[in-house]
Design a protein around this ligand. Sequence first.
Ligand SMILES: [Zn+2]
Length: 69
Amino acid sequence: MKIKCPKCKEDAELAMDFSLVKCSSCDLEMSYGEYVKFVAHNESTYSDILGDYAVSTEGQSSGSLDEWD
Ligand SMILES: [Zn+2]
């Protein structure tokens, strides 16, 4: 599914099983855990969103991360 790349702000891809975040625009590649920390570190307001997201969408195969913008 598509998420926003924390590095270049382009579309990055989050693996279905939340194992990996990959951005083809800037070659970013990190685990979802690292991604959450990275984003939370850079933009503190995101940490709440990510926290909600992790709980509310658990078990779903596709999310609504397009709404992030
Ligand atoms: Zn990127």
